[in-house]
Write a protein that binds this ligand. Structure first.
Ligand SMILES: O=C(CO)[C@@H](O)[C@H](O)COP(=O)(O)O
Ligand SMILES: [Fe+2]
Length: 218
């Protein structure tokens, strides 16, 4: 069963608690939290305080996507704030293996993220060490962008590697996922779908989640 991870980037921040409760009630699997630093990406969003605030109000997995330079500087803070998964961009950390070890040292699952132009080759040697691989299907930085279809072959490649190696990392995709693109991603091998505007951009969040799920034919 494919997991759905609504991204709160597109939520109404004036009532964030209600937004999280609503998607939990609508059977979301993860809450996806986009952390941006204005350096790695041209946007600034939220930090550990927001995760700390959300932690007590949901039992869903807090899936934290760090779009920050040198994420190793903040792993401890995000772990203490209550993150369940911390994903770092391969493009943002010099010592990726050490950063993964650091994440695990706090008892948190570690993910690695690939920008649309970054090949799987860049993470080949850490695949046995990570719990999740996140394939960006838009350039990171903003919600509501269009799905980049050339990334689909990368999802397929990753699925094939997973099959060949029998490693058990999850394959997550992020960016431009909607009822129009979800099935394409799942057919290619996606196991977790992040959706921001396709969920929180709709008046009825529950109907939006149902629509995405019903578009998947697996
Ligand atoms: O990481 C990011 C953007 O950098 C995402 O998680 C977005 O928040 C997804 O938004 P939509 O493309 O689904 O609107
Ligand atoms: Fe994200």
């Amino acid at each position: 069963m494919v997991k759905l991870a609504p991204s709160i980037l597109s939520a109404d921040f004036s009532k964030l608690g209600d937004e999280v409760r609503e998607v939990e009630k609508a059977d979301a699997d993860y809450i996806h939290i986009d952390v941006m630093d204005g350096q790695f990406v041209p946007n600034i969003t939220m930090g550990p305080l927001v995760i700390e605030a959300i932690r007590p109000i949901t039992s869903l997995v807090l899936d934290v996507h760090l779009m920050i330079e040198q994420p190793e500087r903040y792993i401890e803070q995000f772990a203490n704030a209550g993150a369940d998964i911390l994903s770092v961009h391969v493009e943002a950390t010099k010592h990726l293996h050490r950063t993964i070890q650091l994440i695990h040292s706090f008892g948190v699952k570690a993910g690695v993220v690939l920008n649309p132009h970054t090949p799987i080759e860049a993470i080949k040697h850490v695949l046995q060490d990570v719990d999740l691989v996140l394939v960006m299907t838009v350039n990171p930085g903003f919600g509501g962008q269009s799905f980049i279809s050339s990334t689909v072959s990368k999802i397929e490649e990753l699925k094939e590697i997973k099959h060949q190696t029998k490693l058990d990392f999850e394959i997550e995709v992020d960016g431009g996922v909607s009822d129009k693109t979800a099935n394409l991603c799942v057919e290619a091998g996606a196991e977790v779908l992040v959706a921001g505007s396709a969920v929180f951009g709709k008046q009825d969040r529950s109907a939006a989640i149902k629509l995405i799920r019903s578009s998947i034919t697996e």
